[in-house]
Design a protein around this ligand. Sequence first.
Ligand SMILES: Nc1ncnc2c1ncn2[C@@H]1O[C@H](COP(=O)(O)OP(=O)(O)OP(=O)(O)O)[C@@H](O)[C@H]1O
Ligand SMILES: [Mg+2]
Length: 865
Amino acid sequence: MGASNLSFDQVLVEMLEMGFEYSSIVEGIKTVGLSIPNVVEHILTAGSASTTTMQPSKFRAPHGKALKRKALSSTSQVRQSSILDHFHSNEMVNEHDKPISKMPDDVTVMPGQIVTGPMENLVVMSDWETRVGGLLQKHFGILCLKSFQKEALNAWAAHKDCLVLAATGSGKSLCFQVPALLTGKVVVVISPLISLMHDQCLKLARHGVSACFLGSGQPDNTVEKKAMRGMYSIIYVCPETVLRLIQPLQKLAESHGIALFAIDEVHCVSKWGHDFRPDYSRLSVLRENFSTSKLKFLEFDIPLMALTATATHRVQEDILKSLRMSKETIVVLTSFFRSNLRFMVKHSGTSQAFYEKDFHELIKVYGSKLNSNKNKKSSISKDSDDVSSSSGAGRISNNDDVSPYDVDDNHDDYGGRYVNVMRSGNTDNLVKGKELSVEFLENDNDDCQSVDDWDVTCGEFCAQSPPKDWELSEIDDPPKEPEGSLKVLKGPLEQGPAIIYVPTRKETLKIAKYLCKFGVKAAAYNAALPKSHLRRVHKEFHENTIEVVVATIAFGMGIDKPNVRRIIHYGWPQSLEAYYQEAGRAGRDGKLADCILFANLARVPSLLPSRRSEYQTKQAYIMLSDCFRYGMNTSCCRAKTLVEYFGEEFSHRKCLLCDVCVDGPPQRQNMKDEACILLQTIAASHACSYSMDVAYDDDIHFEYGYGRHGERLCLKNIVGKIREQSQKFLNTDILLWRGLSRILEAKGYIREGDDKTHVQIKFPEPTKLGLEFIRSMSEEAFYVYPEADMLLAAKTHKPYSSFSEWGKGWADPEIRRQRLERMQVNKKPETLRSPRKHQKRKANKMKHDMRTSRGRLEAKLTKYK
Ligand SMILES: Nc1ncnc2c1ncn2[C@@H]1O[C@H](COP(=O)(O)OP(=O)(O)OP(=O)(O)O)[C@@H](O)[C@H]1O
Ligand SMILES: [Mg+2]
């Protein structure tokens, strides 16, 4: 990708996949020619007055060659960082295989110690705690270990496997870095992304620890060979590569000694987790190949240490099983609670029409410097069309985007474009007839990341001498893990960058472009953008040149930048695991940070398209539905909901920071009449109406749960019946009933009657408890906290009657014919349509066709030449 001899069509195809708009691409090609990096550069920097130019000049391609790229403009002469820059800045390892790692000065050999491996790698296990203090201060400027870190290291020192479950930003990395310092042996860390490995190696080198990373692309034999000869204290490696390197690693264990295998972000092992990587599930080879039964020179199995911040009980069990960790594995579990994160949920249509309203604050914070600058005026006016078209709620009706209040029954939060994709069993056996649209749709979201997220396959980092006198303030001690009373942090937020997470690639570009117009130093990040661009965004984000990164999930795991002050999710995340993982990028310095979820609370979110087995689809629905319930909740502390999701008992009643804690829950309402009529109608909708005289087993499913016409009644139909029956509820909104049905479901009065899992209960059926509730209806009130959609229904009262009138009559053939005729008449002729929209539709169609058949692509594209 990106070679200068690409054709117009090829550039177009690649860039449509990245999420760029057709018109921008064509304009870019006209201006800078047929070079993808240049066109990307052109589009990303057009209209932005920020200094965040993406100017690739030299990078190491996956095949290891350095490619020269044509400079674009005279204004952007800054040479792009390449992996080589880091080598130079870190005193490049020389070619003569001079060992970098040596026995740390601090290691002394005591009589009676446990000794493993060759003599030069003597290990003192018994006194590690006394020696670690000096090492921590020398290398990291850290005063002491946290208690969970000590527990993990104790497990390692006792040669035990260990599963570390600790909050994001709590310092899990230190648990596997310290053994290398203590022993002088090598630590092998399995990590899911190049970007993550790179960041950690760079940090280690600055802290005086030599490290390298090996990705999955074409191996660079030099680094790999050096690594297998024990030249680096810590080897970061992706799961694919570790599987390939079993034999060399066995030799390394014999010659130099391997202190530990650490599996970072270990939730990737589990299919029930949010970020499953098939290669992670094959890591049981580590236990099989590095045990005393296999390697006679070992005195004990090389310990495994698995670490994550986001694993439910189920995922934890799966990890232990999949990795075949020992039966004596020590599980180190600390609180997942992050007491400095301020969680909030806000209602928004999350489309272009709402940018102005939703990003107003953000622009005030990050765009302010430029707003007072002359440049701003010109950069905004240049694209004034776009800016004015993205106005607030007042313009909703003129916009293609949905109203935040639109309620549809497709349960689709993503503009009706996505379908739920299912593969049953065999992954090649895609549900017929859906393949084409699935592939098309999949291309706009980063559902599963590849380890090779950058344009480098490996890197080596030589230890620099760590600063002599660490200013201990440089690395602040994080706030103490909460014990007893909770120290509440108060706003306003300090300065620091932000990350905006969006579901689709297109949105990364749209929002970044929008923010740039207002002088915000923003950049887009999604897996389809050129890898050199992604590396550069990382670098500039860490250097504080970029203030806002607008990203898909591709910019998530492990990012350790202390001062991130805002994490914004713009659209529903797919799971609470993913949400908490991404939110965990905020406030890693222990200071107050905001985690805001903007979501359309009037819509039920749908799964982003991805290849899933039937069972995985069900799991994915459950996870999405937990996320949906988190957003709809108005009465329970958000931090409590989140940590309890991970199976932790929340030791505080409230976090005292989140919107629910600060604003308080809404007023409770007596919904007895609503609950009764809903339950009665649900019960009555089952052909065999309930009878309390009949023994009623909660496990019985209503096989007779169908309406009069043999059709199962969905919630919408049930609400229709309520409206017909009761004048009082004639004008009630479906949102009210949706919310109430979730409340009744949570109380165990109704349950989903359909086989499929739904995010929102769809085919409700009564439970025994529900039937008892109806029977025992007394004068007693039924007070509930209205959920977010119920509040929305009350606030934006939309009379139902207009819809009901429209709905009536469709069954009558004559009325139907007349209406269809009217619709035809009202339909604008093709030529009268907006040329811009027409062009957009055409481009979308073309994009679809391109996915469906590469052959047809050529034909389509010639039209644009
Ligand atoms: N004992 C300690 N005292 C003070 N700071 C620490 C300590 N241990 C680690 N840190 C700091 O905490 C920060 C976060 O560490 P790290 O990246 O290891 O977090 P993590 O638990 O792996 O988070 P994530 O789950 O998001 O990957 C680092 O910048 C590190 O310097
Ligand atoms: Mg980490």
